[in-house]
Ligand binder design. Structure first.
Ligand code: GRG
Length: 300
């Protein structure tokens, strides 16, 4: 199967599942559900959930609906958490962005209060979705996957990275501080996609370790490439404005080390990810390797 075929095939199913999850409206709370749907169904690339499915496929040796069926709730939860983080990241108190996923940001449409609540709503819906899945099948690997997602999203993971990023704007960040930001802010959810996918599918320890390694390398490379695109990317293609890092005097790999060194780091991390995934000789493993390379060197 070609990568695009997989993305269309599973992307459609995922879209329908996510849409069903936010179909509630209610008499007094309809606005927050509208706002949750607005951002969740805004046509994100669904990288994390689709990768979670592939990681499950790679460790079981199958690229089959029956494997994906068992891990969808974890994939959906990850996308909900990712979307909440984008809604909050775009708020005036954080990055103050007007556009996201090619349309106005949540707070620009619904106002700040509802945007904050929409983020909160999605975060909690993510864990409700996971708990429902665990009630149906509380296999140990699935419990581990739930913990992986909670840790990666929390104050030792993405929230830690975002905090470090916010504070870096007020002080001169050291290379270690910068490293911490790049690893955690975006990297943790990427890592969680591969790790939780492997765990939820009941993978053995060595496969879990490989996925963790690949996920970490990919996540960091993805963020560094994002920094590169902020300098070199095309705003129309990206669906958001470029040059904002330099404008906001943000510390990024590019502003600290320069574009050349940032490119070298991406190449190194990309090789690390490929190496960690080299033993998954099956269709899902191949698709995962191909996608990671394409993502790392993406133009948007
Ligand atoms: C608010 C706790 C909290 C955390 C926010 C994710 C995040 C942490 C900040 C986002 C900052 C940012 C724009 C980083 C660049 C990399 C990134 C996460 C891009 C968006 O992810 P994609 O490309 O987006 O997967 P889509 O829209 O396709 O899902």
């Amino acid at each position: 199967m070609k990568l695009e075929e997989y993305q269309v095939w599973q992307g459609k199913i995922l879209e329908a599942r996510l849409s069903a999850r936010v179909s509630h409206r209610g008499q007094y709370e309809a606005q927050v559900w509208e706002a949750m749907s607005y951002s969740l169904l805004a046509g994100g690339k669904r990288i994390r959930p689709l990768m979670l499915l592939l990681a499950a496929g790679a460790v079981t040796g199958e690229c089959a609906q029956s494997v994906f069926d068992r891990v969808y709730p974890f994939a959906e939860a990850l996308e909900m958490i990712h979307t909440y983080s984008l809604i909050h990241d775009d708020l005036p108190a954080m990055d103050n962005d007007d556009y996201r996923r090619g349309r106005l940001t949540n707070h620009k449409v619904f106002g700040e209060a509802i945007a904050i609540l929409a983020g909160d709503g999605l975060l909690n819906l993510a864990y409700e979705t996971i708990f429902e899945a665990l009630l149906t099948d509380p296999a140990p690997g699935r419990l581990l996957a739930a913990r992986t997602i909670a840790q990666a999203a929390g104050a030792r993971g993405m929230v830690a990275g975002q905090t470090a990023d916010m504070l870096a704007e007020q002080q001169k960040a050291t290379p270690e501080h910068l490293d911490f930001i790049e690893e955690n802010k975006t990297g943790q959810l990427m890592m969680a996609a591969l790790l939780a996918g492997a765990q939820a599918a009941g993978a053995p320890e060595d496969a879990i370790l490989s996925m963790r390694k690949a996920g970490r390398a990919m996540g960091k490379a993805f963020q560094i490439q994002d920094d590169i695109l902020d300098v070199e990317g095309d705003a129309a293609e990206l669906g958001k404005r470029t040059g904002s890092d330099a404008e906001n005097e943000k510390v990024t790999f590019v502003t600290v080390y320069g574009i050349q060194k940032a490119r070298e780091m991406v190449a190194e991390l990309s090789a690390d990810a490929a190496e960690a995934l080299k033993d998954f000789h099956n269709e899902s493993g191949e698709l995962l390797r191909e996608w990671i390379q394409a993502l790392i060197y993406r133009k948007k």
